[in-house]
Design a protein around this ligand. Structure first.
Ligand code: ADP
Ligand code: ASP
Ligand code: MG
Length: 402
């Protein structure tokens, strides 16, 4: 069984929807998942926020997921025109039950019965990505880029043999090919590296889709809707140690293993607050308010008050600002002109000097490093937003295509 998902550009016009229908006629997937036409979700968000700035309302989710509903209907019509027996389905009709965390709902329960029944009857379900519903039948959205997550969840629920994410580039590249012309396609990519790339801003796959694919062992592929390129395969639980030992004899490949990809993300805001609360107290209060924190900087200081810096997504900006006012009054500042650039690869943890090379490279371009965070397989630097693109190109040159 195969699940195909088509992203925003792939269904961005009637012509493209007809093209997607041709692909389905030729490839015969068992389930199709669609995004809204490109730009449509942005437009809907703007309409909603013109009236009311909060993202956490049922109205917001109802409005912003409507782009997917339209495309599911249009594609189903295009399929019918080609003699394919198809049926459009909302996320709710497909059985995706989520939390009520509007604008970022997570899937709680998912039975593939409705989808499997449809397949059994020979009817191709065309399902709206990005959408679910609460137990109380309120429509929810899965967060920006969430239709990848819908597709992988569906593939997991029906135990599909393959989930193919069709998009507007040939696959996953060493960095965003729209930022760096030297970016190279990666044919096979370990899911842990893909997870890190997605979490650091490579929007080619929604982070939660990579996590779900890894958890439920869904074979995941990324391909281009507009070309026959074989694309990228995400490998689940590959034994890297064996591969790396093999590769040690091939110096060039081994070197390439150190850093697999470079990501950039410029939708975060950096807050710094002066507070009398302890670290656990402070962050517990933010998480109780459903504010997701990314990078945290805390100078160890046993005295109070102390200064805490952290980044949040710009969609949480207003809520964080409002909440900090109640927590620390005027004792906070924010910077919204920042970006995070990250180098990612299984080799990062095994090689000394990688961080130093990264800092040197940024320094040689006079790019100031505002904050640094590291994980087992990633080093991220917060830099000024205006330097993000040049930092990505420079780091790609340093680590991937010297
Ligand atoms: P879709 O609408 O098909 O879901 P997205 O816009 O969400 O497409 O994701 C595809 C885009 O991701 C590409 O057009 C590309 O600019 C961007 N991108 C960022 N990082 C990468 C990367 N490492 N490899 C490929 N594409 C990337
Ligand atoms: N249409 C939604 C968005 O733009 C979901 C998606 O495309 O994955 O975020
Ligand atoms: Mg996407």
């Amino acid at each position: 069984m195969q699940v195909f998902k088509f992203g925003g550009t792939s269904v961005g016009s009637i012509e493209n929807i007809e093209h997607v229908a041709d692909i389905c006629l030729e490839q015969r997937p068992d389930v199709v998942v669609v995004s809204a036409m490109s730009g449509e979700t942005d437009r809907l968000i703007q309409l909603a926020t013109l009236i009311y700035p909060s993202f956490r309302t049922p109205e917001y989710d109802l409005i912003v997921t409507s782009g997917e509903t339209i495309v599911a209907g249009l594609l189903s019509l295009a399929l019918k025109k080609r003699g394919i027996n198809s049926c459009p389905m909302t996320g709710a009709q497909a059985g995706i039950i989520t939390t009520d965390k509007f604008s970022e709902a997570t899937i709680q329960r998912f039975e593939g019965k409705a989808i499997l029944d449809s397949i059994q009857k020979g009817i191709l379900p065309v399902i709206t990505g990005f959408q679910g519903a609460t137990e109380n039948h309120k429509i929810t959205s899965l967060g920006r880029g969430g239709s990848d997550t819908s597709a992988v969840a569906i593939a997991a629920a029906i135990k599909a043999d393959k989930c193919v994410i069709y998009t507007d580039v040939n696959g996953v590249y060493t960095t965003d090919p729209r930022i760096c012309s030297e970016a190279k396609i990666i044919r096979k990519l370990d899911s842990s590296v893909m997870l890190e790339m997605a979490s650091q801003g490579s929007k080619v796959l929604h982070l939660r889709s990579v996590f779900l694919a890894s958890k439920w062992k869904v074979p995941l592929f990324i391909k281009n809707t507009f070309s026959d390129d074989p694309g990228t395969e995400i490998i689940q639980n590959q034994s890297h140690s064996i591969e790396q030992v093999d590769n040690m004899n091939q110096h060039q490949i081994f070197e390439e293993e150190i850093v697999t990809g470079i990501s950039g993300y410029d939708q975060d805001v950096l807050f710094t607050a002066k507070t009398n609360l302890t670290l656990p107290q402070f962050f517990k209060k933010l998480s109780d308010n459903q504010i997701n924190i990314d990078v945290i900087h805390h100078q160890i200081n046993l005295d109070l008050p102390q200064y805490l810096s952290f980044t949040v997504n710009s969609s949480d900006f207003v809520r964080t600002q409002d909440y900090l006012k109640t927590l620390v009054g005027d004792d906070f500042t924010f910077q919204d002109n920042i970006a995070k650039v990250s180098i990612i690869g299984l080799g990062v943890r095994n090689h000394s000097g990688v961080a130093a090379r990264m800092f040197n490279k940024l320094d040689s371009l006079n790019i100031p490093i505002i904050l640094v965070t590291t994980s087992e397989i990633n080093i991220s630097c917060i830099v000024p937003k205006s330097d993000m693109r040049s930092a990505i190109v420079a780091l790609h040159e340093e680590f991937i295509s010297p």
